[in-house]
Structures are given as C-alpha cells and as structure tokens.
Design a protein around this ligand. Structure first.
Ligand SMILES: CC(C)(COP(=O)(O)OP(=O)(O)OC[C@H]1O[C@@H](n2cnc3c(N)ncnc32)[C@H](O)[C@@H]1OP(=O)(O)O)[C@@H](O)C(=O)NCCC(=O)NCCS
Length: 142
C-alpha cells in the first residue's frame, strides 16, 4: 500500500512518540506547513493528531481522543458557532491545532477556553505562536 506524504508524517509521529527523540530528530520540521481555518475535510486528520497528543498523557485533560463521531460533532459545532479553530497542516495532514470555545452564557460569550496541541516533532519552532496569532486576528475581526 502507498501512503501520501501527509500520512507518512503522522506515521513518523507515532514512531516518535513510541521510540523517543531519535526518530523525532530525523523527521522533517516546519517547512511546508500552512495554518488555515479548520474545515470538515480536516476532521479525520485532526482526530488523529488530537489522539496522538492526548495519548502522551502529559498535556491534555483527555487521555485519548474522543470518539471520531464526537470529535466530528465538536468541530462542526465550532464551525457553526463561528468559534475560531485553526489547524497547521502538511499536505492534508493536521500536525497542530488551536481553538477557542466560546463560553456558553451570552453574558460571558466574550470569553472562552483555549485548546491547542502540536505533534511532538513540530514543537518549539514557533508554530504554536503562529497558530495562536491566527486565533487572535480571527477573534479581533468577529
Ligand atoms: C504548548 C504548545 C502548543 C506550544 O507550541 P510550540 O510551537 O511548541 O511553541 P512555540 O515554539 O510557538 O513557542 C512560543 C512560546 O511558548 C513557550 N512555550 C512553548 N511550550 C511551552 C510550554 N509547554 N510551557 C510553557 N511555555 C511554553 C515558548 O518558550 C515560547 O516562548 P518565547 O517566545 O517567550 O520563547 C506545544 O508545545 C504543544 O502542543 N505541547 C503539548 C500539548 C500542550 O501542552 N497543549 C496545551 C494544553 S491545552
């Protein structure tokens, strides 16, 4: 079976998590990554990225991704509500994300909860800063 370039990146990420820094050091870095608003087409890949960061069991409240259907409902809900959610992608594979869930009560709707994560290989190279600055400009314009 032949894999696309994006899927190969994600496979390498799984290896990096399993085998540590050696594989991580061998994988490509941030060139060719674009930051864009999430769409329905990103959901499967976003789900894989979320699962990978969650399974590190260090950073997120969840210890694995929510089931795909639930993740799909979350993302489509974010899009429907106009909540900012950006993804960093290589090809069609998500390698990072940043979102803000607006507070439920209308009187607090100017506030929200930030969620973000980046696959291990791509951390520490200003991608998080790039994602969050796209979030800020979206918030400022809405
Ligand atoms: C946290 C995370 C999103 C940051 O993204 P990144 O691309 O690695 O960060 P950047 O390279 O853009 O760094 C931006 C700034 O954040 C700081 N930073 C990065 N990771 C940090 C961390 N875990 N704790 C505190 N500061 C951190 C950097 O030092 C840098 O500060 P500086 O500009 O003053 O030097 C990313 O490392 C990640 O996904 N970590 C695992 C998941 C996680 O912790 N998610 C957040 C919980 S919701």
């Amino acid at each position: 079976m032949r894999f696309g370039a994006g899927l190969r990146h994600v496979c390498l990420e799984y290896l990096a998590v399993c085998e540590g820094d050696l594989v991580a050091a061998m994988t490509p870095k941030t060139s060719g990554i674009s930051v864009e608003p999430i769409t329905a087409a990103h959901i499967d890949s976003f789900h894989r990225a979320l699962d990978l960061v969650a399974r590190e069991k260090k950073y997120l409240s969840m210890l694995e991704a929510t089931p795909l259907l639930q993740t799909r409902a979350f993302v489509t809900g974010m899009i429907a509500k106009g909540n900012p959610q950006f993804v960093a992608v290589i090809g069609e594979e998500v390698v990072g994300w940043c979102d803000i869930s607006r507070h439920f009560f209308p009187s607090h709707a100017h506030r929200g909860k930030l969620g973000m994560g980046i696959l291990p290989t791509y951390r520490g190279q200003a991608l998080g800063r790039k994602l969050i600055s796209r979030e800020s400009s979206k918030r400022a314009s809405s």
